[in-house]
Design a protein around this ligand. Structure first.
Ligand SMILES: Cc1c2[nH]c(c1CCC(=O)O)Cc1[nH]c(c(CCC(=O)O)c1C)Cc1[nH]c(c(CCC(=O)O)c1C)Cc1[nH]c(c(C)c1CCC(=O)O)C2
Length: 342
């Protein structure tokens, strides 16, 4: 099948589809026994820099579930590690940064990214596009706010206090940091597109912590620059807890807006405005409930999703590690059996 005819790319472009496309954030990972097996004894960031492992892990959920898109196996901190930022991913914790950025001198750690820094990414994407055939591959990057939060806080954070303190208290430093990160993110996405990905997703996972006016002032110019720089493939923009931000996210320039489970998709379509497809939004925790509950809730997502100009079925955030893979397989089949014209 021709890639451009894939249900996923058609839905991103708001064209009619014969079935609703589906993939899952974090579809590759700890809920899969075959993932745990190949990751045995291999640190996360080592796996992310090893083309054979990247290819195998990216393919695992495609083989098992028959999803309509693959997502490149990596992490949002990979480009930062690649330019020499001293960080690690601690199991059960997340990214931890050795020297958090707190002042202008800290910006020196962020030099521009060059293709040679992530040659393993280019190599793995080349191999994957061959293996995937007609299944699109999604490239991704973390957005400047979410990456900035890890760099400023030094690790995962509940309230992003230091991040906001810099944003409100030192706006010049904040914008300088966002500018450096935008440059790195933009280059990382361009490298992935040049290597052959069919779509890109910008993960601004923690941006729901910010009010709409502050998003417009402190973040929007930077996300706009990124999306303008990668026109040519569908651009997906995702964050958690963004119900109040959906309107302003719609202004950032993506083709598809990812929605978490807190806002039903028909309401999200109204908030985002015309000219966008939506992606989402089953609560990942629902997959821990009996199948009958999953089925009822998934049908509700599909029904409400039909109010959007295009709908890519997904969870409202990543697959939880304790998810039974059989539930995801059944869910994938259910979405495929649903008639989007009904
Ligand atoms: C915030 C964020 C991170 N990383 C990412 C985000 C944005 C998406 C989101 O909001 O979930 C993005 C990411 N990280 C990973 C992927 C793989 C692709 C996919 O979606 O299948 C993607 C898209 C692999 C991973 N990234 C990570 C794992 C688990 C580590 C492991 O398996 O050893 C995987 C499979 C580690 C990681 N990296 C990060 C966290 C919070 C964690 C979890 C820490 C933990 O609980 O163990 C930072």
């Amino acid at each position: 099948m021709n890639l451009a005819d894939s249900a996923f790319l058609r839905a991103c472009h708001r064209r009619p589809v014969s079935r609703t496309p589906v993939w899952y954030m974090r579809q590759a990972g700890r809920s899969l026994p075959e993932y745990l097996k190949v990751r045995e004894g291999v640190p996360m960031l080592t796996a992310c820099a090893t083309p054979d492992l990247i290819v195998e892990i990216t393919m695992q959920p495609v083989r098992r579930y028959g999803v309509d898109a693959a997502i490149f196996f990596s992490d949002i901190v990979v480009p930062l590690k690649a330019i020499g930022v001293d960080l690690d991913i601690k199991p059960g914790v997340g990214p931890v940064v050795a020297d958090p950025i707190r002042d202008a001198a800290g910006l020196d750690a962020l030099r521009p990214l060059e293709p040679g820094d992530v040659a393993y990414v280019t190599e793995a994407i080349g191999a994957l596009t061959g293996e995937l055939g007609g299944t699109p591959l999604i490239g991704f990057a973390g957005a400047p706010f979410t990456l900035g939060s890890y760099l400023i806080e030094g690790g995962p954070s509940k309230n992003h206090d230091r991040t906001k303190a810099m944003m409100y208290g030192e706006p010049k430093l904040w914008h300088a940091l966002m500018e450096r990160l935008s440059g790195i993110v933009l280059e990382h996405l361009r490298i992935q597109i040049a290597a052959g990905v069919s779509a890109v997703q910008l993960f601004d996972s923690w941006v729901g912590a910010v009010a709409p006016d502050d998003y417009r002032e402190f973040i929007l110019p930077h996300t706009r620059r990124i999306f303008e720089g990668v026109a040519g493939v569908p651009r997906i923009h995702f964050g958690v807890g963004t119900g109040e931000l959906l309107g302003v996210l719609g202004e950032a320039g993506a083709d598809v807006v990812g929605v978490d489970w807190r806002v039903p998709l028909d309401e999200a379509a109204r908030r985002v405005g015309p000219g966008k497809a939506l992606q989402g939004n089953l609560d990942p925790a629902i997959l821990l409930a009996p199948w009958e509950v999953v089925e009822r809730k998934a049908r509700e997502v599909l029904r409400r999703g039909s109010a959007a100009e295009g709908h890519v079925f997904n969870l409202g955030h990543g697959v939880l590690p304790s998810t039974d893979p059989d539930q995801l397989k059944r869910l994938t089949d259910l979405v495929h059996e649903y008639d989007p014209a009904s």
